[in-house]
Design a protein around this ligand. Structure first.
Ligand SMILES: CC1=C(/C=C/C(C)=C/C=C/C(C)=C/C=O)C(C)(C)CCC1
Length: 345
């Protein structure tokens, strides 16, 4: 089935959006160079600094962007639709919180899958809108592309930063029960090696099939570059910083470029809401998000996992963001068949 054509004319992409996409690539390159050089000099920043970078990147930059994405998705779509969307969203949030309380280890697996789905699916739509996806002709190719780009966010750091990855995963489980730990060793582990091997195979299958089907097109070459960039980024940059900078510097930047490109193509560029109402929608959204965090804090047995403040906050915030990110993907994209949060006309 033919699904993969780029739906926005790339030659006509206005410079600002192209600059923003370029900026996301440069940002990752700069971070790779900085942390690569620091590692060579034996001066990698302390874990405390890494956790601060994570919290600032995720709370101050990534979270507001998430609110903005819902706002741009829901505007002009009418009240009944918006109400259904919010109700479903809250149902998924409540369901995921309940899942964490009942089966924390499985729920943590779902949280990691959410990060993969959000990073991968979101990036696929950026390729459609900005980078080019002509080499992804079939649905299975698009699925593989999303799996590889999203997989880079979780599987590459699991392989290269195993101890920190497993350690923080245990911290996250400690919110629910301090005795729990992930069913993986912290050293070299068969399951981790197998997952890494499968991921490498996925990269080869994704880029190889793109080349066989579409030839060495500009879109394919850019895909090779960006996929390699993500893999190197998550291999070289310590995991806490890598994930803490990926979402603001890659995901949010590129989604804002995508939505700017899409808005430019839409007939009515204004949001159809009086200024006061747009403001109110954003404030209500922010308060609702804060309420989810407060509810989570109250229902979770140990909100900071009995840990010192910084690791406790990283663990709590990560569980929280995964809980609100799951419906972002499921309700905002998969169930919203008419448009979806990563809309590309
Ligand atoms: C595994 C792991 C982490 C997990 C991060 C995750 C799972 C982030 C998810 C973010 C999402 C879903 C953002 C959406 O906008 C940390 C805390 C970096 C610490 C190191 C190990």
């Amino acid at each position: 089935m033919e699904t993969g054509s780029s739906r926005i004319e790339h030659r006509g992409v206005p410079p600002l959006e192209r600059l923003v996409v370029d900026a996301s690539r440069v940002a990752l390159l700069v971070v790779i160079a900085a942390f690569g050089a620091a590692a060579l000099l034996g001066r990698t920043p302390s874990l405390d600094i890494q956790m601060l970078i994570y919290l600032v990147g995720m709370v101050a930059i990534n979270l507001p962007h998430g609110g903005y994405e819902h706002f741009t998705n829901l505007r002009r779509r009418g009240l009944p639709f918006g109400a259904r969307y919010v109700a479903l969203y809250l149902a998924f949030v409540a369901g995921f919180i309940a899942f964490f309380l009942l089966a924390p280890v499985l729920a943590l697996g779902l949280a990691f899958a959410t990060a993969v789905a959000k990073g991968g699916h979101g990036d696929l739509r950026v390729m459609d809108a900005q980078v080019g996806s002509d080499h992804l002709e079939y649905r299975w190719q698009r699925f593989l592309a999303a799996l590889v780009r999203g997989g880079a966010v979780m599987i590459v750091p699991l392989v290269f930063w195993t101890e920190t990855f497993v350690g923080f995963s245990d911290y996250m489980l400690a919110l629910f029960d301090p005795a729990l730990s992930v069913p993986l060793a912290s050293g070299p582990d068969v399951a981790i090696t197998a997952l890494g091997g499968l991921f490498a195979l996925g990269v080869v299958a994704h880029l190889g099939s793109g080349l066989l089907i579409g030839g060495a097109s500009r879109a394919w070459l850019l895909d090779v570059f960006e996929t390699s960039l993500l893999v190197v980024f998550f291999a070289v940059v310590p995991v806490v910083v890598a994930i803490g900078l990926y979402f603001p510097l890659w995901y949010s930047l590129r989604q804002s470029a995508r939505s700017a490109a899409v808005n430019r193509q839409l007939e009515h560029r204004d949001d159809g809401l009086p200024v006061g109402l747009a403001w109110a929608a954003l404030v209500v959204g922010a308060l609702a998000t804060a309420t989810v965090a407060a509810v989570l804090w109250v229902v979770v047995p140990n909100p900071l996992g009995g840990l010192p403040l910084l690791p406790g906050l990283v663990a709590f915030y990560t569980i929280f963001i995964c809980i609100v990110a799951l419906p972002h993907v499921v309700v905002g994209e998969w169930l919203d068949v008419g448009r979806g949060i990563w809309y590309v006309p």
